[in-house]
Design a protein around this ligand. Structure first.
Ligand SMILES: Cc1cc2nc3c(=O)[nH]c(=O)nc-3n(C[C@H](O)[C@H](O)[C@H](O)COP(=O)(O)OP(=O)(O)OC[C@H]3O[C@@H](n4cnc5c(N)ncnc54)[C@H](O)[C@@H]3O)c2cc1C
Length: 496
């Protein structure tokens, strides 16, 4: 629109308003939606503000509001964890930033808490809420690889889709392994995977973000450095809706080797010995490698991966665990897409309780408490205690100074998992789960990974964010001073 036309349009609108015409904004187009018509009779002093709003005409191309009675609501409300299925009053299916701004406006008008969904894989269902408004970003999943090999991406894109897009272009984004996880939630809370020890967490590849804040304003990290710092590990549903992200990508690896060790019918002593050996050796593997120690009942699966060619450097580790375990296999693939698909996991929602069970520096951190954890894991069905390597370049001081993720110095991350088939099994599983977590809590507050939240963590603020929590609170105050965006463990306005 030319400047002349623009002025003409403004004058026309101004005349209409002065004449008292009421205006209809088709913002909420779902049938019979009580929030649909937004009629405004502006006071004369509000005219300039209203003119701005008029110029943003909201349509179904921007956002669709779904109520519980709408047929599409049920499908959109489902989260990956069947254990936690909150039912928001409104789901705002957003298609662009205008739609997100409108959703925030509706939530503010109606005094509804806002939760944000990208992939919907939050362990505790933090991307939804009961009776509030959920901003669903799953349709905002467009990806574009720019000439400098940076990736511009919508938060709703899933990890499997990102691999499908990038790998044929000979690029890769260091991220997690399960294909259904959304890049939004993963990157904003950290993001570890096979490539993290070499290239850092997914949040360390984050170059830029664009956000609609809790007041409905557009904020970019180019104008506010603090937002980029916060979104590298401290951005999950705390102060704004990230609607676009830009990442560095890396060259696609030429090969991917996996080594798998199995040990069966473990007793307490042997499990302890194996775990101690893993604690003492896993942090020293080359940076292109990752290892996981997965104790599932009485069976151990030990995984070692390498996306370069480090077989010589890995020899001591391989020889040791070949000797300590019962079965060994090795597999090298040059088709990286195929290799990664092995770890994509199940796509359909399931019942589970997973959570971080502490980050550790060495065996000394767990020596005195681990017997109880091992004993309970060996004797319970469907309980998994898993250890994963972090460390390597995750601990790069440059990453540390530029991100809210605080646990760089901890090379070992543990997680506790409970799986079950039906709700009737839940109470028993959660009981064992809580008993194991309490063994850790009894020793004090360990650092915890924000992307693996547990609703029962005591002192979750410092466990997730360490000394960075108060800096995140300042950002919360600036961008969401009325705490519109919130979930049970979102950054609080109050000083702790
Ligand atoms: C099966 C499975 C496998 C996993 N594997 C890995 C792994 O390999 N590595 C790893 O690091 N993690 C892994 N995770 C954990 C995962 O990183 C977190 O669950 C992550 O938060 C999921 O992101 P999401 O977008 O899918 O989830 P959502 O449920 O949509 O969101 C999770 C959180 O992020 C917030 N959020 C989401 N999008 C936005 C946004 N655009 N703006 C602001 N806040 C937002 C939500 O409010 C919520 O608090 C796994 C989880 C599951 C269930």
């Amino acid at each position: 629109m030319s400047q002349k036309q623009d002025n003409k349009r403004r004058n026309f609108i101004r005349l209409m308003l002065v004449g008292g015409a009421s205006l209809y904004f088709p913002s909420c187009l779902s049938e019979g939606d009580e929030h649909a018509p937004i009629k405004q009779q502006p006071k004369p002093q509000d005219i300039d503000t209203v003119i701005k709003e008029i110029e943003i005409i909201i349509t179904e191309q921007d956002v669709i509001f779904l109520k519980q009675t709408d047929p599409a609501y049920t499908q959109r409300a489902i989260r990956f964890n069947l254990r936690v299925q909150p039912q928001p009053k409104i789901i705002a299916l957003c298609k662009n930033e205008k739609g997100i701004q409108e959703a925030i406006r509706v939530a503010r008008n109606e005094n509804l808490a806002v939760s944000i969904k990208s992939g919907g894989y939050s362990f505790e269902g933090f991307s939804s809420n009961n009776g509030g408004l959920c901003i669903d970003l799953s349709l905002m999943n467009v990806m574009e690889l720019e000439p400098d090999n940076s990736l511009r991406i919508g938060p709703g894109a899933k990890l499997g889709e990102i691999n499908n897009y990038l790998l044929p272009k000979n690029r890769i984004l260091p991220a997690g392994s399960c294909s259904g996880v959304g890049i939004g939630g993963l990157a904003l809370g950290g993001g570890y995977g096979f490539l993290a020890r070499k290239y850092g967490l997914t949040c360390d590849s984050l170059m830029e973000v664009k956000m609609v804040d809790g007041q409905g304003k557009i904020v970019t990290s180019n104008d506010h450095d603090e937002i980029l710092w916060a979104c590298r590990g401290g951005g999950n549903g705390n102060f704004g809706v990230i609607y676009e992200m830009k990442f560095y990508t890396q060259p696609k690896p030429k090969q991917f080797t996996s080594y798998r060790f199995k040990a069966y019918k473990l007793d307490k002593e042997r499990a302890r010995k194996l775990m101690q050996a893993w604690f003492e050796n896993a942090p020293n593997i080359p940076n292109a490698c990752f290892s996981a120690f997965v104790l599932n009942g009485k069976t151990l699966t030990l995984l070692l991966t390498d996306f370069e060619n480090n077989k010589t450097a890995l020899q001591t580790f391989i020889t040791l665990f070949k000797y300590l375990t019962d079965k060994y296999s090795e597999n090298t693939k040059t088709d990286i897409a195929k290799a990664l698909k092995t770890y994509y996991g199940r796509q359909e929602p399931l019942y589970f309780k997973n959570a971080s069970a502490g980050l550790y520096k060495s065996w000394a951190d767990v020596d005195m408490l681990i017997d109880g954890v091992i004993e309970k894991t060996l004797n319970a069905r469907g309980i998994i205690f898993q250890l994963n390597t972090l460390g390597g370049n995750i601990n790069d001081p440059n990453f540390e100074s530029q991100s809210a993720y605080p646990h760089r110095a901890y090379p070992i991350f543990s997680e506790l998992q409970a799986y079950y088939d039906k709700p009737s099994q839940e109470a028993e599983k959660l009981k064992v789960f809580a008993e194991i977590q309490n063994l850790f809590h009894a020793q004090g507050t360990f650092p915890q990974y924000r992307n693996y939240p547990d609703i029962d963590f005591p002192h979750w603020e410092t466990a997730y964010y360490g000394n960075n929590y108060s800096r995140l609170q300042k950002i919360k105050k600036e961008f969401d001073p009325e705490n519109i965006i919130r979930h049970p463990q979102s950054v609080q306005l109050d000083v702790i």
